[in-house]
Design a protein around this ligand. Structure first.
Ligand SMILES: Cc1cc2nc3c(=O)[nH]c(=O)nc-3n(C[C@H](O)[C@H](O)[C@H](O)COP(=O)(O)OP(=O)(O)OC[C@H]3O[C@@H](n4cnc5c(N)ncnc54)[C@H](O)[C@@H]3O)c2cc1C
Length: 330
């Protein structure tokens, strides 16, 4: 356990921000003790590795961080394995572990930054897979100190959304996954499919390598250019609005949703507004992927927010669509 005043808060935007109090714990029992001892006062925020957070300034309250580790096999048969993983395990270390053990289901989510607890909060997704597809249950400790386990249905998963994004009084301690031991791959995404078609044999290490290669070519490394991945969610519009837009922009990419609405890539909208590669102060829209905002060096949270506001305004004026941040602005 660690409790420190004015500790820097880790974040992949590379912002220099501190927390009035920074608290780390190693077990759910330690978290319960911290809560019972009144260490967690308002305001508080539970963080992972800060890869989806944008701090507008120093945090005036308590920042909590889980260091709960461990990957424990609960059950295994010929076709499936059930594993319970600590919230503080680095997500990509877990994916690498699955690939090394021949467990299928997490490989398309290779190289997504962050920790297991946050991944379950965010419902991370990439290349046609969402983490909810492999989650069996999520264990939490509440602000009041009680333990509760949520089934996948109770987690109310949706696109980059879950119960835990609303219930800030619930702290994820462990996540249980069910993975397949049979060779099931999700290769529907065109860029993944194209590379997989070139392989003599499709296996887990090869799929993980493809995903890593695609991601490294497209996304900025936070160690070089501070960023939080996709800054905006892809907007979903009503059919009537889509039809009107499609007449004006026949080349506009889109994805039909099961309820009749249509999802439009926010990156395309931003690019059409001329923002790709453009900077505003010390923040910029990444030149290889317009959905990503980067810290060009020395930016503050306010610089990134100013750029985000300007981009949103342009998209609203051009398309009458409000794009909302996927990144959690604090
Ligand atoms: C280069 C890059 C690429 C990315 N690519 C993707 C991608 O392909 N797909 C994708 O979905 N995301 C992507 N992301 C976003 C990010 O990696 C994920 O959202 C990730 O799950 C965040 O993990 P974290 O540990 O950094 O959480 P943080 O950013 O620290 O926190 C995220 C949220 O979870 C909450 N939280 C954290 N831990 C807990 C806990 N134990 N209990 C309760 N609440 C908690 C926080 O309060 C916050 O609301 C990318 C980010 C970067 C920088």
């Amino acid at each position: 356990m660690k409790i420190q005043a004015y500790n820097p808060i880790p974040n992949t935007f590379g912002l220099k921000v501190t927390a009035a109090s920074y608290v780390e714990y190693d077990t759910p029992a330690e978290l319960e003790t911290l809560l019972a001892d009144g260490i967690v006062t308002t305001p508080y925020l539970h963080v992972g590795s800060g890869s989806n957070l944008l701090f507008s300034g120093d945090y005036p309250g308590v920042i909590l961080h889980s260091c709960i580790k461990g990957i424990e096999v609960l059950h295994e048969d010929a076709s499936h394995v059930k594993v319970r993983v600590g919230a503080g395990v680095v997500w990509d270390d877990f994916v690498a572990h699955c690939v090394a053990h021949g467990w299928h289901g997490a490989e398309n989510l290779s190289l997504i930054p962050g920790e297991v607890g946050a991944a379950a909060v965010q419902n991370i997704g990439a290349y046609g897979v969402e983490i909810k597809d492999i989650i069996a249950q999520v264990e939490t400790v509440s602000l009041h100190g009680d333990n509760q386990t949520y089934s996948t249905e109770q987690c109310a998963y949706a696109y980059r959304d879950s119960l835990f994004k609303k219930r800030k009084d619930l702290f994820v301690t462990r996540v249980t996954f069910v993975l397949s031991k049979l060779p099931l791959f999700s290769l529907g995404y065109a860029s993944v499919r194209n590379e997989a078609d070139l392989l003599a044999t499709v296996d887990l290490p090869a799929v993980r390598a493809i995903i890593i290669r695609i991601r490294e070519a497209k996304l900025p490394d936070p160690a070089r250019w501070g960023n939080a991945g996709s800054f905006f969610k892809n907007p979903v519009v009503e059919r009537s609005q889509f039809d009107a837009l499609h007449i004006r922009y026949p080349d506009m990419p889109f994805y039909e949703q099961s309820d009749g609405s249509v999802k439009i890539p926010a990156g395309w909208l931003i690019e059409q507004c001329g923002w790709k590669g453009k900077s505003l102060g010390r923040a910029a829209v990444y030149d290889k992927q317009a959905l990503v905002l980067i810290n060009c060096g020395g930016a503050t949270g306010q610089d990134i927010i100013a750029l985000s506001d300007a981009v949103r305004r342009s998209v609203r004026e051009h398309f009458e669509i409000d794009i909302t941040p996927e990144v959690n602005v604090v």
